[in-house]
Design a protein around this ligand. Structure first.
Ligand code: NAD
Length: 352
């Protein structure tokens, strides 16, 4: 019998090839007159284009976003926003840039307009993260949820195939865990299944032709849905494992998600059969864990922790850390079984 609670996060989404043209109108809707444009140094040219489109409504460009939002960069961006009298932050880029916008909003409640160019999904969540002294602190705060998100697939055609693949698998991970979340609800489960389907169909076409706008549109659509799931329901073992591995051994974010996901799904398969059946259906696979592994392999993405910098001698410690203060999970989190999971992921074995 069904039993659930359903919450809808606020926020406006404008989606479509060429949607960036809507930027001036969307800034107007927010009532902003002095927007600070945020980007990484690699995307400074895109930030300048955004600044040009904003014209007089642009207060300045801060193109110094980096991975995991170091507190020093967050402080510099907050100072720039205050000095320039910004009344809005426009973040163009991936999760690192959106994360910098969130660090500003956390203190000042500045509204964020996000223009995502990867599939990470941060733009749909009230989750922030800031790294200080090597430790990443995260939390949830409604002030950091972007007010408006402009998804323009044309901005993603230059996302390298390797990054597209791992970023897409990162998005799928939000949806897979959303399907078996403790607080799952029917609307977000539909979004999760549709998000997995869109990415599983779009990513191989992106690999075949990175400039295929139709495929890019499918992937960005899937990323939106998966990001919305991440924003709405709780995550479980997979995200705990990735935070542990990324935080302690500094493994690359999206690659770690890609490698761990089939194994986390295999761990939970018996305890969450309905979620797995839905994920498998979306992947057009017989089994979800194998389908996820096969998709990563088809995309040429890494499938082994040993290939992305995880030292072999650290698996015991990883199992210990990952089972300390575990997140809620459909199957109890047991040290010995997690050690076996990590061993399988380290070698890159296909789940059985
Ligand atoms: P990223 O934002 O670090 O981007 C990686 C690189 O790709 C950067 O150099 C960026 O400039 C470049 N890039 C982005 N889009 C591009 C494009 N279209 N073309 C060419 N280059 C492009 O990577 P990410 O995977 O999007 O984000 C990872 C970060 O986001 C992590 O710190 C993660 O913890 C965080 N994250 C947070 C949430 C949340 O809800 N708070 C959700 C997902 C990820």
């Amino acid at each position: 019998m069904r039993s659930f609670a359903y919450d809808q996060l606020p926020g406006r989404v404008v989606f479509g090839a060429g949607a960036l043209d809507e930027l001036p109108r969307e800034i107007g809707r927010l009532g902003a007159k002095r927007a600070l444009v945020l980007a990484t140094p690699e995307q400074a040219a895109q930030a300048d284009d955004v600044a040009r489109r904003l014209g007089e409504r642009c207060a300045g460009v801060f193109a110094r976003a980096v991975m995991h939002v170091p507190i020093e960069v967050a402080r510099a961006a907050r100072e720039a926003a205050a000095r320039l009298g910004a009344d809005c932050a426009v973040a163009i880029g991936g999760g690192s840039t959106t994360g910098l916008g969130k660090a500003i909003a956390l203190e000042s409640a500045l509204p964020i307009l996000a223009i995502p160019t990867t599939y990470a999904g941060s733009e749909m969540t009230p989750i922030w993260g800031i790294t200080e002294g090597g430790l990443k602190k995260t939390g949830r705060d409604p002030r950091v949820l972007p007010r408006t998100v402009i998804y323009d697939p044309a901005l993603t055609v230059g996302l390298p195939v390797g990054l597209s693949a791992t970023s897409g698998m990162n998005a799928i991970a939000h949806a897979v865990e959303g399907l078996y979340a403790q607080d799952a609800d029917p609307i977000h489960s539909m979004m999760a299944e549709e998000g997995i389907r869109a990415l599983a169909e779009g990513l191989p076409r992106v690999k075949a032709n990175p400039r295929d706008l139709d495929a890019r549109s499918d992937c960005l659509y899937g990323a939106w849905l998966c990001g919305a799931v991440l924003g709405a329901v709780g995550m479980a073992l997979h995200h705990k494992l990735c935070h542990t591995l990324g935080g302690t051994w500094n493994l690359p974010h999206a690659e770690t998600h890609t490698v761990v996901l089939p194994h986390a799904a295999a761990y939970n398969a018996g305890a969450a059969p309905e979620a797995m059946a839905r994920a498998a259906r979306a992947l057009h696979a017989v089994s979800a864990p194998q389908g996820l592994y096969d998709l990563a392999q088809t995309l040429g993405a890494p499938v082994a922790l040993k290939a992305i910098g995880m030292p072999a001698g650290e698996l015991d410690r990883a199992a210990e850390l990952a089972t300390t203060a575990p997140y809620w999970n459909p199957r109890p989190v047991e040290r010995a079984a997690i050690r076996r999971l990590l061993e399988d992921a380290w070698w890159g074995r296909r789940p059985e």
